[in-house]
Design a protein around this ligand. Sequence first.
Ligand SMILES: [Zn+2]
Length: 384
Amino acid sequence: MSLPRAFITSVVGSWPRPNWLIDAFDKFESGQMDRRTFDQYLDDAVKLAIRDQEEAGLDVVTDGEQRRTSFVAFVGQKIKGFKIVKAEELNPNAREIMKRHKAPLTIWRPVVAGYIEDSVLAVDELRYAKQVSTKPIKVTLPSPYLVMWESWHAKISSPYYPRPEDAAEAYVKALRREIARLIESGAAFIQLDEPMLGDLVEAGGDEPDRYKRVASELYGQKYRGLRDEIQLAVDLVNEAVQGFGTSVRLGMHLDRWPTDESPVVGYERLAPHVFDIKVRQYVVEYKHPKMGNPEEFAKILPPDKEIGLGSIDVRDPKRVETVEEVVTHVERIVKYVDPTRIWLNPDCGFAPGMYRAFPRTVAIEKLRVMTKAAGKLREKYWWA
Ligand SMILES: [Zn+2]
C-alpha cells in the first residue's frame, strides 16, 4: 500500500467507543457476559472504528484502541506481572487527589504485582485489524518511562522490583519482544505513547508536573529532578527501540492535556534531549493554544526526523475546525520542515480511556476536515 508523498494523515491512536461496547465491558467485568460474546463486541467495535477512519479518508489507520480499557491500563490486563485495579484501591482519595492537581489519570490503573514476563500486548490487535483493512496500520504501545510512572507501586511492586527503574527495565525487555512481533506481522507504524515525558514540559528543576504529583501520591514514587527525568525517559525508550529503526517507522507521541493555569509552551522545551530519542517521528500536540507556536519545535527538528503535527483539537466537541484553519496551521511549519516529513493528526486520541465520551460523529467530521486540508496542501506543495 503506497502512501502519499507529503502531508500523510493519521490518528494518534484511540477512537470514541460506541456506548454498546462500554455496556458490554461493564457486563463482562461484572460476570454477566462471557468472554466469547464480549470478543464479538470488541471485533465489531474495531471494524466500526476502522471504517470510520477509512471513510474520513485517512492514509494510516489504527484499530481505535477499542480493546483497551485505556492506552496504558491494558498493560495490566495483558502482560504477566502486571494487574489492573481501580484507582481507589491504590489510594481511597484517588479522585480527590486527581482533582486537586488537575491531572485526571485514568480510573483503571496498571500495577506491577509480580515478575514481568514476555506476553502478547498488541500483536493480536494488529492481526485482527489487518483482516478487516487493507490500509497501512499504526500500532500504539505504552512507552517504558510512562509505564514506570504509571505502574510501579512502592509497596506492591517493590518485592519484585526494588526501584521503579528495575521494573521499567523488565518492561523494556518484554516490549522489545513485542516490537519484533509487530514488525514481523506487518505493522506500518509503531508509536510509543509518552505523555509522562510530555508532561515534563510543565515541570521545574525540582518541581514535578501535575501528573507526577498524582502518580507520587497514588504509587509512592519520587521525582528525580527535570534533567534526570528527561534522561531516564530518553535512555529507556532508546533501549526499547535499539536496532529496530530501519525495519519499521517508529514514532513517539507527546501530550500533556493543559489546564487554564498551564504555561504557554510546547515540546521544544524538552529539546535538545528529546531529539536524542531514536525514533523517526514525533507525534505532538500543537493545536491546543497552550502549546504555543509549533514553529519553535519545527525550527529545531533534526533533518532526519518527521513531525506528526497536532492539527485538530480533541477536547471540544462543540467546535469543528475549518479546512482553511488547518491548512494555515500546518503552513506555519512548512518553511522549516519539508512537506514529505510532515504528517497531520489530531492532538491526541479521541478517547484515551474507555469512559471518555466524545461524539463519534464529531470525531468523523473533524477527521474529514483534516484529510481535506491535507489534500489542499498536497495541491499547493505539489513539488514535494
Ligand atoms: Zn495523547
